[in-house]
Design a protein around this ligand. Sequence first.
Ligand code: WTA
Length: 648
Amino acid sequence: MEKNIESHLKETRVFKPARAFAKNARVGSLEDYRRMYRESIRQPEKFWAREARELRWQKPWKKVLEWKAPFAKWFVGGKLNVAENCLDRHLQGPRRNKAAIIWEGEPGDKRILTYQQLHREVCRFANVLKRNKIRKGDRVIIYLPAIPEAAIAMLACARIGAVHSVVFGGFSADSIRDRIADCGATAVITADGGFRRGAVVPLKHNVDEALQGGTTIRRVIVFRRAGNEIHIEEGRDVWWHRELEYVDAHCPAVPLDSEHPLYILYTSGSTGKPKGILHTTGGYLVGIYSSTKYVFDLREDDIYWCTADIGWVTGHSYVVYGPLAAGATTVMYEGAPNWPEPDRFWRIIEEYAVSILYTAPTAIRAFIRWGDQWLKKHDLSSLRLLGTVGEPINPEAWMWYHEKIGGGRCPIVDTWWQTETGAIMITPLPGAIPTKPGSATLPFFGVDPVIVDQRGREVGPNVGGKLIVRRPWPAMLRNIYGDKGRYQKQYWSEFKGNYLTGDGARRDRDGYFWIVGRIDDVLNVAGHRLGTSEIESALVSHPKVAEAAAVGRPDELKGQGVVVFVTLKSGVNPTPSLKKELRGHVGTHIGAIAKPDEVRFAEALPKTRSGKIMRRLLKEIAAGRTVTGDTTTLEDFSVLAKLGSAEE
Ligand code: WTA
């Protein structure tokens, strides 16, 4: 039988919520959190009904939950509309003229849409959809840059009950074609082009290529963004701005069944063929509304900025739907963080007095590498809360974020969740839960995660195992689009009736969760199973290291040897003596067992387009094989070429 994952990294720093922060917080003490959590687990129906009642229902639900594992229905019999909850609901009171979206384009253009203006644009565009014969239940591909029209298109679909599937603007024609085929979409909403690092991304051109040879698509609606020349296919393609001339701004929100599909979002993880994750209406809305409110401790005057692209689940739940459902001001930025210079984010924070910043460890590590001089030029004192998502955050990157960006005063919410979970699952509540650098801390309300061994038995403190979730939660995925069998097999069969996350984790003596990496990436060295994140965090704690990835390579004696790929901070020389030093550093921080057999310096690591390190590719390179399998989610192919030739 396989052994449990071992844990060797010791992190003892604890940061209690500041008294001033806790005093004004929605949940202001650990006792309050525990009391609410207990209720959410013992009486989930009562807890979630209370949250749901804060939203607008066109018809009340009959039953909060119907669970026939692994199929859940939430707020059974209820009818509501997500767009109505994100827009109309706010128009009666003082939010009417509050900024809903503050947007900045990469070239520096700016737009602010109030709730009333956004409502109007969504209604008009929903009428455009209807005019183009897009109906309730139809699937619509959205392939747009991060411009307000992306949110407008999503909300317009939601308003009429069309099901959107956003495809990240960096994906190619092949990815678009695959997704259209998988969900049988009939329309595409795109733009002529978008801006990325000063260049124009030819979005419409990619769509044309994707549609070659015939697909289910009947209509393409094109927004003019970049002004680049494009082809218009008569009878198929129409301009967004022209279509608007034919419609008015009156468009009632269609009452939709609580389980009506809201969107499909394709996720590859870092392995295999993309899966169309299906999210529905009522439960999803309640889940993201409630988590946005509590996790970001939202106040009426917050300026909230989640830097994720609309093409990822974080963009869906915490750029668009969550903040708008909660009536917040959400900031959107179109471009790269280092355009025109590496201080773009800090400029935006200063300019709009951003108070909440939610970003990813990959971005934080890039900022560290670019150097602190870029933030010194800017006033970041408007910030009161920081968040991170997407990967385990290395404790040293957490400390940097805390000190340099948060000025030592902002709590950090390290939020663990997945495309599949729809909403944040494990997270600190900033006024209640003391944080530890590198830990996502404790479960959110209604979430019942547990760490188990191969046989499904719960493991003790600090023993690594598989992270599973024992009961359904409102924002959970409902299916893999069109493939119930795969849904059941992938997520619910290994430990029957429990949701398998695919992540490895341990829980410490305080019950805090520490994610140690994807189960598929776990190393097996001389009978010891080691998660990747601890070795990587040890390396990142070395002052010269910016980023690291640990993988296993076949080893006759030990089963697997440890190979680490390391990028250095700017200005540091990659010398053989530094390699030795880094091996020793891991040895002292974790133990001899984790000491890398080989250290390889790299200019960059291969990542998915949402910034996750693709260890699967590194594993093949470390083993001296050529890279095979799916690389369509790889961000920058030149990285791979450079790594392949990185032999000494
Ligand atoms: C990883 C992103 C550690 C994890 C919302 C998960 C994290 C996968 C964290 C989902 C975190 C996300 N700490 N690991 N705070 N957040 N992950 O579907 O491996 O793009 O399973 O959803 O990212 O990635 P996805």
